[in-house]
Design a protein around this ligand. Structure first.
Ligand code: WT7
Length: 651
């Protein structure tokens, strides 16, 4: 969290109680009810999660709820057989939900698709059969590089239906990032589209995949969705390797039995950045993830049958996996999905959509809220957004000012706000208000979700008011590993303390027991809610012939939360210049994508180092943020995160 924001957070005293109109229909209506349910979930977790899981469909019931014999390799619902696609679709087909909208999709130019649960069933079954026709089998990996079009949700569900492991790659990643991920998991098939509309422009995606798969011998076929049968998106098709999605599914049967998956069979991989150069493939498995995304959606969004729910994330990130696709559909909810940018063709686009579809629940990122603040409330007030009843945020700490703006301008002081802390690794929300019962404080994620034994520890495992966030008990949605790298799984998450999960965030607990998440304590920077490892950028810079060394740090950014500043020292005989900055920027675009471009690149003769050779990032941050360089910190002031970082990184 930025220092300025942190200061305001540490002084924040306002509280907001749930209002009667929300509370009276809510699933959980009092703090006593929350506390009672929470107590049960912590005292008897197996009974608690077994009860919760009985709301879902298992082909065969589990033998054992939790196997904790070999930590950190926890196994949930062992012996059970289920299918998450079946639970998201088939489970609803015998009820009135059958003909309810599952997905309402709006394209950037305003085209629309509405799919009922029965429609979605047909489309998913057809594609599942199409994949089978290409020889895809249970356990095969499929790389999905699609924009926010209905086929993205359909592809994810079709993979899950037949037990293929999907690895969705956010459509802002470069060809190099795609090939790294494909090669890491040895995917057999890609699913992409000819293009997408982005801010009124056509963005060609298949080209990028073509570039990527040149370096991916494991790829057998590329399935290509035609974004539009009306507008032409330039796209070269190789007749041996490429196949149009619509050709593939033509004549495919509308029914495909859902594979009976073991509870612990792999469901998907999602790559995320860590402290070292290489992104890691986070593994999620079937039953536990299914239950956790279902159950958190149900209680945190307080889903009611008639709700229209909109999460503005991209399915390319975990938020979209858990809270656009799996969680809401497992609940039989109506999910809105939007292709484009919030300012295309105008800055009121989101509110226009809320008005048009009468959206009731809206889930977005603090960086988006700060952007709307900058654009001004006139854009909001042009539309009737009175349908909204619940607001949520995710992805980064929210500063109280943005929280208050969200509360007033979007929520009209009527809607509860759920500030949900979680991670790719946790599968679902971990620390979050429950909207009908939790009194919120602007900037605090409040209390742990059911079954989550969260606390704050120091390096040695002693409880503290300020320190490292920690989770003492396993939970169903937890990651099961890092693909192909067991050591990294153990080292990153389980080596700080014994059998306690280490998320990598700093946190504080106030006198009322509220959790305040302070930001990453490792070298991961959160730019507009996108997680970027500073080491990833550093290794890109040093791959340039002129660069000797590089250190990348995160600094405060008014809109993005954090931005990256790169310090670069050059090899003898080279000089920093605008054209070198341009070259380094191009390298970042090529290796990762535009969203990872640092705010500034600063050439420096040397990097400040400790005697043992460690780069002193805190000093760099002071320089980049224009503060007097110093090392004075006390835990109560804004240096708290830096101080934690230093502790964490001590040898
Ligand atoms: C990191 C995880 C969870 C989906 C989106 C990001 C930060 C996330 C919050 C929040 C403060 C938050 C943490 C976390 N973060 N939500 N409500 N308050 N910080 O997933 O890319 O895996 O990033 O995002 O630092 O560790 P991710």
């Amino acid at each position: 969290m930025s220092n300025e924001n942190l200061k305001t957070v540490l002084q924040e005293k306002r509280t907001f109680q749930p209002q009667d109109h929300f509370q009276k229909n809510a699933k959980i209506q009092s703090m006593e009810a929350y506390k009672e349910k929470y107590r049960e979930s912590i005292e008897n977790p197996e009974e608690f999660w077994a009860n919760a899981a009985s709301e879902l469909h298992f082909f065969k019931k589990w033998d054992r709820v939790l196997n904790a014999e070999n930590p950190p390799f926890y196994r949930w619902f062992e012996g059970g057989k289920t299918n998450i696609c079946y639970n998201c679709i088939d489970r609803h087909l015998d009820s009135a939900t059958r003909n309810k909208a599952a997905i309402i999709w709006e394209g950037e130019p305003g085209d629309e698709v509405v799919l009922t649960y029965a429609d979605l069933a047909r489309k998913v079954n057809q594609l599942a059969n199409g994949l089978k026709k290409l020889g895809v089998q249970k356990g095969d990996r499929i790389a999905i590089y699609l924009p926010m079009i209905p086929e993205l949700a359909i592809s994810v569900l079709a993979c899950a239906r037949i037990g293929a492991v999907h690895s969705v790659i956010f459509a802002g990643f470069s060809a190099d990032s795609i090939s790294d991920r494909i090669n890491d998991c040895q995917a057999k098939i890609t699913i992409t589209s000819d293009g997408v509309w982005r801010k009124g422009k056509k963005l060609l995606l298949k080209n990028i995949v073509d570039e990527a798969v040149k370096k991916c011998p494991s790829i057998e076929k590329n399935i290509v969705v035609k974004r539009s049968h009306k507008d032409h998106f330039e796209c070269a098709m190789d007749e041996n390797k490429d196949i149009w999605y619509h050709d593939l599914i033509e004549n495919c049967s509308l029914s495909c039995p859902a594979e009976e998956m073991d509870s612990e069979d792999m469901l998907f991989l999602l790559y995320t950045s860590g402290t070292t150069g290489k992104p890691k493939g986070i593994i999620h498995t079937t039953a536990g993830y299914m239950l956790y995304s279902y159950y958190t959606s149900k209680y945190v969004f307080d889903l009611q049958p008639e709700d229209v729910y909109w999460c503005t994330a991209d399915i390319g990130w975990i938020t979209g996996h858990s809270y656009i696709v799996y969680g809401p559909l497992a609940n039989g909810a109506t999910c809105l999905m939007y292709e484009g940018a919030p300012n295309a063709p105008h800055k009121g686009r989101f509110w226009e959509i809320v008005e048009k579809y009468r959206v009731n629940i809206f889930y977005t990122a603090p960086t988006a809220i700060r952007t709307f603040m900058k654009w001004g409330e006139d854009w909001v007030n042009k539309y009737d957004i009175s349908s909204l009843r619940l607001l949520g945020t995710v992805g980064e700490p929210i500063n109280p000012e943005a929280w208050m703006w969200y509360h007033k301008v979007i929520g009209k002081e009527r809607c509860p706000i759920v500030d949900t802390w979680w991670q790719t690794e946790t599968g679902g929300m971990m620390i979050t208000p429950i909207p009908g019962c939790t009194t919120t404080k602007p900037g605090s994620a409040t209390f742990p979700f059911f079954g989550i034994d969260a606390t704050i520890l120091d390096k040695d495992g002693n409880e503290q008011d300020t320190g490292f966030l920690a989770v003492r008990k396993p939970w169903p949605g937890m990651l099961r590993g890092v693909y192909g790298d067991e050591e990294r799984f153990k080292n990153t998450y389980w080596s700080q303390w014994e059998n306690i999960y280490f998320p990598g965030d700093g946190a504080r607990r106030d006198e009322d027991g509220y959790f305040w998440i302070l930001g990453r304590v490792d070298d991961v920077v959160n730019v507009s809610g996108h997680r970027i490892g500073t080491a990833e950028l550093e290794s890109i810079f040093v791959s340039h012939a002129s660069v000797a060394e590089s250190a990348v740090i995160g600094i405060d950014h008014e809109i993005k939360g954090q931005a990256m500043v790169a310090f670069v020292s050059l090899r003898e005989g080279n000089e920093g210049s605008d054209s070198l900055i341009e070259e380094l920027t191009q390298l970042v675009i090529e290796k990762i994508g535009k969203f990872a471009i640092p705010e500034r690149i600063i050439f420096t003769a040397d990097l400040p180092k400790t005697r043992s050779g460690k780069i002193m990032r805190r000093l760099l941050r002071d320089i980049a943020e224009g503060r007097a360089v110093g090392n004075v910190t006390t835990l109560a002031d804004a240096g708290v995160i830096d101080a934690l970082k230093e502790k964490y990184q001590e040898d």
